[in-house]
Design a protein around this ligand. Structure first.
Ligand SMILES: [Zn+2]
Length: 404
């Protein structure tokens, strides 16, 4: 583990060019080597889990537009398969948020009996929601689309295209183009949004809605286990607004949502070419200070946890992690726990019996703990703390339950 602070990106083979504003003097501030490239892929054996493809993370900060990105990201390493498990949709908290968001978009932009395009629609849950709630027609674009029997009832309202959305589809009507949790995976966002711009054509009424993780939440709440290889980009309100303005859009609204964890942007075609404006939120100077503080806090937090896990091991205590989503996988890998922690608990039955990428723990159901009798349970998502405390109590365990 190395953390570099305030050094310009070296060696010279690294490209420090900001993918959002193209300035060339980004500064590296966090260095995490050899993490699993896909932290949500599950493995059938421990040996396979150890030998997953790995990549390096060197986070850089662009002082001109406030963007954070992985200077060492290699798109060639990425390869999505149908094994991909996105745990977000299993959370009732997230589901309620999606419903409120859909209702708000329908009301604000009068989306009733209209045409909605979703880019990166996944299994189509959100698109189906927008169509159901507003009697809209939906078209979902996703190259990795897999039909979901649960959504079959909406067949007449929702169509899926197994392709990237591009100007080839400029003839498809769209009153709203939405795209959630895709942009943070795109290494060349200017090309991506320029493509969306061309697909919009001359339709000035079309609204685009984009949602991404908020870098400010990661920096200020020190959610260090959210740094994953799959995310090559971490947007601030500044860099997100810059991206859309640079591609010919006018930003209508930009706000932090989901308890500050996400940024939600609404935009439409600009009447005339725009000069870059500051869209609110934190100043670039403040963001720069947050980045510097984060680098030091990151190192301290990792050291504290390494020390604590070593103490547990010395005392012969059994430790399990609760939550095999990306936070859990990052925690287990960054802290190099393969010889310290044997099991990870998860509620999702599709994960049971599988192994965690990189660090090789087996994923088990909560009932497994009755026999295993852990001394410590480390909860990865604080939202579920009370629920997990209750479950361990109900299992008859006298276990210390702690958060990260
Ligand atoms: Zn920039």
């Amino acid at each position: 583990m190395q953390v570099t602070l305030g050094q310009s990106a070296q060696p010279a083979t690294l490209d420090a060019t900001c993918p959002v504003c193209h300035a060339r003097d980004s500064t590296a501030f966090i260095d995490i080597r050899q993490v699993p490239v896909h932290c949500n892929l599950l493995w059938a054996t421990r040996a396979e889990a150890f030998h997953v493809p790995r990549g390096d993370i060197l986070l850089g900060f662009c002082p001109h537009c406030g963007h954070v990105f992985n200077l060492m990201f290699d798109p060639a390493l990425m390869e999505y398969t149908q094994q991909y498990e996105n745990s977000l949709h299993f959370s009732p908290h997230f589901q309620r948020y999606a419903e409120t968001l859909a209702a708000r978009l329908i009301a604000d932009y009068d989306l009733r009996q209209k045409d909605i395009v979703e880019i990166g629609s996944g299994k189509g849950e959100f698109l189906a929601l927008l169509c159901r709630m507003g009697a809209n027609r939906g078209m979902g674009f996703d190259p990795s689309y897999v039909p979901d029997p649960a959504l079959e009832g909406y067949d007449q309202q929702v169509t899926f295209v197994q392709d990237f959305y591009s100007e080839r589809y400029a003839d498809y009507p769209a009153d709203l183009i939405c795209c959630r949790h895709v942009l943070e995976h795109i290494p060349t966002p200017r090309d991506f949004i320029a493509n969306v711009r061309r697909a919009v054509g001359s339709r000035r009424h079309t609204v685009v809605f984009f949602e991404v993780p908020n870098v400010l939440f990661m920096l200020r709440d020190l959610s260090i286990w959210d740094i994953i290889y799959e995310h090559c980009a971490y947007y601030s309100s500044n860099s997100l607004a810059y991206l859309f303005q640079a591609c010919g859009f006018e930003v209508l609204q930009l706000q932090a949502t989901f308890g500050g964890q996400f940024l939600a942007l609404e935009a439409r075609l600009a009447d005339q070419p725009l000069s870059m404006t500051h869209v609110g939120g934190e100043s670039l100077e403040q963001l720069h200070r947050d980045v510097a503080a984060f680098a030091a806090n990151y190192r301290e937090k990792v050291e504290t946890w390494s020390h604590r896990l070593a103490e547990y091991a010395r005392a012969g205590q059994r430790v399990v992690v609760w939550g095999a989503g990306s936070k859990g996988v990052t925690f287990l890998n960054v802290l190099q726990t393969r010889d310290q922690i044997e099991y990870v608990v998860d509620l999702n039955p599709r994960k049971h019996g599988k192994y965690v990428a990189g660090s090789g723990q087996q994923i088990v159901a909560p009932a497994f703990l009755r026999d295993y009798q852990p001394d410590v349970v480390i909860v990865m998502n604080p939202l579920y703390m009370n629920e997990i405390q209750q479950m361990t109590y109900d299992l008859g365990l006298r276990t210390e339950v702690i958060g990260v």
